[in-house]
Every structure is written in structure tokens, then in C-alpha cells.
Design a protein around this ligand. Structure first.
Ligand SMILES: [Zn+2]
Length: 424
């Protein structure tokens, strides 16, 4: 079946494209954009349109502004789908220990749907196991509706950040690996299970219990083995790092993205800006934990406060130096909700001093590149997946327009998954 939208202001993932007619099909599991054409009677030149991107004057045009805008569906490069999705709050640390995996899968699905309603059509889960791999296969097969899911298995040491979410005496533990050979074996375990990539903590964390964010996680030799093994499978490696030392070792050993990057120095920022490494700054979650919101412990809050005290200055400098920050929230449904992504983008724009367009790129085309999907998602062109948002306002001109209250419809794989398409 073919569908279309006429007279919409199209922002294609990089820039304003003009007032356009968009056509797409919904055949099969994956709907594709079949045509993007200029509208008769409207100017095809972005500069001549009243919803001008800033590159042209926009003055003197007699064309009426488009009522609706279309932008690519957002991409969150760092989420955790598994967590309590019920309206009744649950304890963040004990819920995963007292809830069966089968039931956790349903909560992950609920979080996926919340993400889509909030305008996010692709998510990358950075603590995946069979739950996320199963959900991804079911979504891709069209069995259930959900955002595109990219799932990374975690390779972590004993007493590492990911290991310390589970109390020491609890018997049902996630796998850990110590020593280069064991690290390689765990990468292979995930590859067999169907992972898309690998995540490694290279420093301690905030929500983990009993560690310090400054703790080293893994030796250089272990990190080198993990990166080498993952890259041999063609997989990207995302490195959780808060500290200068952690960021440095991750960069030296060739990881593909820094998660958090909280205390990166100006020297490191300049080095990162000269590579393809991206950084997901996870701003909201650290703000909220530092503020003691959502029932966090005194330990968690103190750790976040210690990190955020210098973070804003360091990250603003890093943005000025050209670091490729992309949308990555660490959303887990508890501290950051699925649906808070647009708020994170607005916060990124404010903190980094970005134009609205640069912020929107961080949540679309640049985020797609960060997760190795730039040839499919994050950009709206003929032949690409029909993953897009119909919105009120022009968020590439005014980032405050990027608000869930402005979402008219969310289209994923060609199908309307939230809201209603305007009549065209
Ligand atoms: Zn995370």
C-alpha cells in the first residue's frame, strides 16, 4: 500500500530540503520512502521558503508556511530497555533480580513502545542479552511493533561497573570475563547469541553499588583483546567511561564510541574531534541522579554530584573543539523515561551552545553514523526506510519546537505507530 503526505516542510537529517510531497510504501515488514518531490506552486529552493533553514534570506516569498514539518525519527544510541515499565514504581536495583526474564521481556517491549510514542524510532541497548536479541528479532519479523533495536552485549570484569548492579551474594549473575582470553571468549559468546556489538565499562559507574566512578575497569591488554575480537566480527565497541584515565585507555585501544565521557579534558576532546569516535553525553540522567530524584541512594547521588560539578564546563569546551556528541540518554525507564529523549536534545543544545540544526543532527544523521547505520536510518531520502515524525513547528530552526507535545504522528517502517497523519 502506498501513502503520502503533501505540503510538508521536510528536514532531511542534515538540512531543510523544502516544501515537499513525501510518498512511501508499507509493503512487507519494512516500509520505504518511494518519492520526495517538490510541490507544484511552492518553491523548491529552501532559501525561498518561509521555513528557511538559515542559509537563504527567506524574505519576499509569497508561499504560505507549511502547517506541518517532517523530520527523521530520532535515534537514541544508549538505552536500557529492561526495567520496570509499570505505572507502579519499583526499586531500581532489585526489580531485575526478582522479575523473571520472560516478564522482563514484556517490560522491555513496553519501553520500546513508549520510546516510539516519544518520537524515537531507533534505539541501541547497551546491556543486551537474550531478552533484547529476542525482542529485536520479533520486531524485525513484524511479530510486534517496536523501534529498530541495535543490541550490544556487555563484556565486564568481576567487580566491574556492570557486575556491581547485582549484590555479591546473589547467585544468578550476568557473565563476567577476566584476562584477555576470557574476554575474547565472552565476545564470541555474544557473537553466537546474535549481538550487534559490544559494550565495555572502562571506569566505575554511578548507579552500580560499592564502586567509585574513578575505579579502573580492565587492563590495557584486556581492552585490546576485546576491541580486536569485536572488530574481527565487524562489531562496534561502545566504552562506558566517566574518567580521564578511562577515556584515554578506551581511545588508545581503538573503541568506537565513548558513553558518558563526563570528565574528558580539552586535550582528549581535541583528539576525539579528529577521529570518528562519538560521545553520548547522557546529560539528563546524571543531572537527575545528582539532584537525588527518583529514589536514588545517597551513594549514587554523591557519585553523580562529584561528576557533574565540572562536567558542564568540560563538555561545553569539548563541543567547541568539535567533539561529535550524539543523542545517548542512558534511558532506563526509571531515572530517564522513554519519551524524555527530546528533552535531552534540548539540554544538549543549551549546554553545548549549538544551533537547533546541529542539535537535531546529533539525534538523527550523526546518531545513525555513531551506531553504524548511516546508510539506512537518520536521513530521509528516496529508497530509505520510512521512519519519520510529523510535527508542528520547525525544530531545526527552534529547538524548543522539538517537544513531544508537538508530535502529530510517528511513522516507523512506513506505519503510523503514534498519532494520526494529517490529511493531505
Ligand atoms: Zn548505560
Amino acid at each position: 500500500m502506498n501513502q503520502s503526505l503533501s505540503g510538508v516542510a521536510l528536514w532531511n537529517g542534515s538540512r531543510f530540503d523544502g516544501i515537499r510531497r513525501l510518498e512511501w510504501n508499507t509493503a512487507g515488514a519494512d516500509g520505504t520512502i518511494t518519492a520526495i518531490t517538490s510541490e507544484p506552486g511552492t518553491s523548491p529552493e529552501p532559501g525561498a521558503s518561509p521555513v528557511d533553514s538559515g542559509q537563504g534570506s527567506g524574505l519576499g516569498s509569497a508561499t504560505a508556511p507549511a502547517e506541518f514539518s517532517v523530520i527523521p525519527g530520532l535515534i537514541d544510541t544508549h538505552v536500557h530497555l529492561v526495567g520496570n515499565a509499570a505505572a507502579t514504581p519499583a526499586d531500581f536495583l532489585t526489580w531485575p533480580l526478582t522479575t523473571r526474564p520472560e516478564e522482563q521481556t514484556l517490560h522491555a517491549l513496553a519501553h520500546s513502545l513508549e520510546a516510539m510514542r516519544g518520537g524515537v524510532t531507533t534505539v541501541r541497548d547497551l546491556a543486551a542479552d537474550d531478552i533484547q536479541f529476542s525482542l529485536r528479532r520479533a520486531v524485525d519479523a513484524g511479530v510486534v511493533t517496536g523501534p529498530r533495536l541495535i543490541a550490544h552485549g556487555v563484556v565486564n570484569m568481576t567487580a566491574g561497573h556492570s557486575d556491581l548492579f547485582i549484590p555479591p551474594a546473589f547467585p544468578l549473575r550476568k557473565p563476567v570475563a577476566d584476562g584477555p582470553d576470557a574476554c575474547r571468549a565472552l565476545v564470541r559468546h555474544w557473537a553466537r547469541a546474535g549481538t550487534d556489538g559490544i559494550k565495555i565499562p572502562v571506569s566505575g559507574g554511578v548507579l552500580s553499588v560499592g564502586d567509585k566512578s574513578a575505579w579502573r575497569n580492565y587492563t590495557r591488554a584486556e581492552i585490546a583483546a576485546i576491541v580486536d575480537e569485536a572488530h574481527a566480527f565487524g562489531m562496534l565497541v561502545a566504552a562506558h567511561a566517566h574518567t580521564e584515565a578511562g577515556i584515554q585507555i578506551a581511545l588508545d585501544e581503538g573503541i568506537d564510541s565513548i558513553e558518558h565521557g563526563t570528565l574528558m579534558t580539552a586535550e582528549q576532546a581535541a583528539a576525539i574531534a579528529s577521529t570518528r569516535v562519538t560521545v553520548a553525553p547522557t546529560l539528563l540522567i546524571n543531572e537527575r541522579i545528582a539532584a537525588g530524584e527518583n529514589g536514588v541512594s545517597a551513594e549514587q547521588s554523591a557519585k553523580a554530584q562529584e561528576l557533574v560539578v565540572n562536567r558542564n564546563r568540560l563538555m561545553r569546551d569539548a563541543a567547541d573543539l568539535g567533539v561529535d556528541f550524539v543523542l545517548g540518554t542512558d534511558a532506563n525507564g526509571h531515572h530517564v523515561k522513554f519519551g524524555d529523549q527530546m528533552e535531552e536534545v534540548r539540554l544538549m543544545a543549551a549546554l553545548f551552545g549549538w544551533t537547533a540544526e546541529r542539535a537535531l543532527q546529533a539525534a538523527t544523521s550523526r546518531a545513525a553514523a555513531a551506531i553504524g547505520r548511516s546508510s539506512s536510518v537518520g536521513t530521509l531520502e528516496t529508497g530509505r526506510p520510512a521512519d519519520f515524525l510529523v510535527m508542528r513547528g520547525t525544530p531545526w530552526q527552534n529547538i524548543d519546537d522539538l517537544h513531544t507535545g508537538n508530535i502529530v504522528a510517528v511513522v516507523s517502517r512506513g506505519r503510523v505507530v503514534a498519532g494520526v497523519l494529517p490529511r493531505s
